[in-house]
Ligand binder design. Structure first.
Ligand SMILES: Cc1cc2nc3c(=O)[nH]c(=O)nc-3n(C[C@H](O)[C@H](O)[C@H](O)COP(=O)(O)OP(=O)(O)OC[C@H]3O[C@@H](n4cnc5c(N)ncnc54)[C@H](O)[C@@H]3O)c2cc1C
Length: 284
């Protein structure tokens, strides 16, 4: 497979090193449980959409994706929370750490969000953006100089401290690299969590590029993931109660929804079975 690479931010990259399997591998694995039947492309699509819709996800685990990533340590810390990945990271004990540091671009410098304690929101005057950017740049430079002095590269060194100790002065904006491998089921789960608006912008950037690189290898599974997971909504039992009550109060609305499957004005890409499932939900 030809390795595909996308640069990210100033110093990072995402390389898709390898993909094992494709949509056919998912369908073939599923047919072990459902029997062979016919094997046309449209059958594969129906089968994979059925699997994803009903969370029969083990056939998706037959596909694996492997990346080479260069990313800041603070993004790496979020990445390693996804425990179903296999990974191997650059060693700061064995090797000299990278000279590259993440410094947010102007549009990424935003104030603390007033609504979301975990995020940023809104804008600030350019003068403040410049001050914050300068503070980040100054401290980054000082840390870099200290690290070099400690390992024996700078003018103040006396032979050099062990790399495993010297690295403790480096900030989490320092770049690291890893090989990272995951099966498709868990990769979709990772993408769902990390492409979401609530995830930190920088890991969103990585997850979106990773997803876009994988998508052409599994177009049917990716379409199903987008339709039944990524762009779907789930309701709490109270929210479902609100909708059920509204449907009860407006019986015409129920009929209207049922009749939409025959509409000539608007088309929904739903199978007969999905219309039936929707009907069961609104009749609950
Ligand atoms: C927006 C956002 C904010 C976050 N904020 C924080 C934070 O403030 N602090 C923090 O510590 N973390 C935080 N996290 C990390 C989060 O709590 C999860 O650890 C991370 O998203 C991995 O999710 P996961 O466990 O579903 O995925 P994975 O680790 O990839 O696991 C995939 C699935 O495997 C199963 N699984 C894996 N391991 C186990 C296990 N030991 N037991 C049972 N089932 C298992 C689960 O079904 C799980 O969903 C945040 C994540 C997001 C997306």
């Amino acid at each position: 497979m030809k390795i595909k690479e996308r640069k990210l931010h100033e110093h990072g990259f995402v390389r898709l090193i390898d993909v094992m399997g494709d949509d056919n591998s998912i369908a073939d694995a599923a047919r072990v449980s459902y029997g062979k039947g016919t094997r046309s492309a449209s059958d594969n699509r129906n089968l994979i959409r059925y699997l994803v819709r009903h969370k029969h996800t083990s056939p998706l685990e037959m596909v694996e994706v492997k990346f080479h990533l260069k990313l800041p340590i603070f993004v790496m810390r979020q990445l390693v929370r996804h425990r179903t990945a296999s990974l191997n990271e650059y060693s700061g004990r064995y090797s000299i750490m990278s000279d590259n540091f993440y410094e947010p671009s102007e549009e990424y410098i935003q104030p603390q969000s007033k609504f979301n304690n975990q995020g940023r929101d809104g804008d600030m005057p350019d003068t403040w953006k410049e001050k914050y950017a300068r503070t980040i740049n100054d401290i980054t430079y000082k840390c870099q100089v200290a690290y070099k002095n400690l390992i024996g590269v700078g003018s103040l060194s006396h032979g050099g401290l062990a790399r495993e100790l010297a690295r403790i002065v480096l900030p989490v904006s320092n770049y690291t690299e890893c090989y990272w491998k995951m099966d498709l089921h868990n990769f979709f789960h990772f993408c769902h969590l990390r492409m979401d608006d609530h995830a930190q912008q920088e890991i969103q950037d990585y997850a979106k590029v990773m997803y876009e690189l994988v998508k052409p290898h599994v177009p049917i599974a990716a379409e199903a993931f987008e339709d039944y997971s990524l762009n779907s909504i789930s309701l709490s039992s109270m929210e479902a109660d609100v909708l059920q009550y509204a449907l009860k109060c407006f019986p015409d609305l129920k009929e209207f929804i049922k009749n939409l499957k025959h509409s000539e004005d608007i088309q929904f890409d739903m199978s007969r079975r999905e219309w039936q499932e929707l009907e069961e939900k609104i009749n609950k």
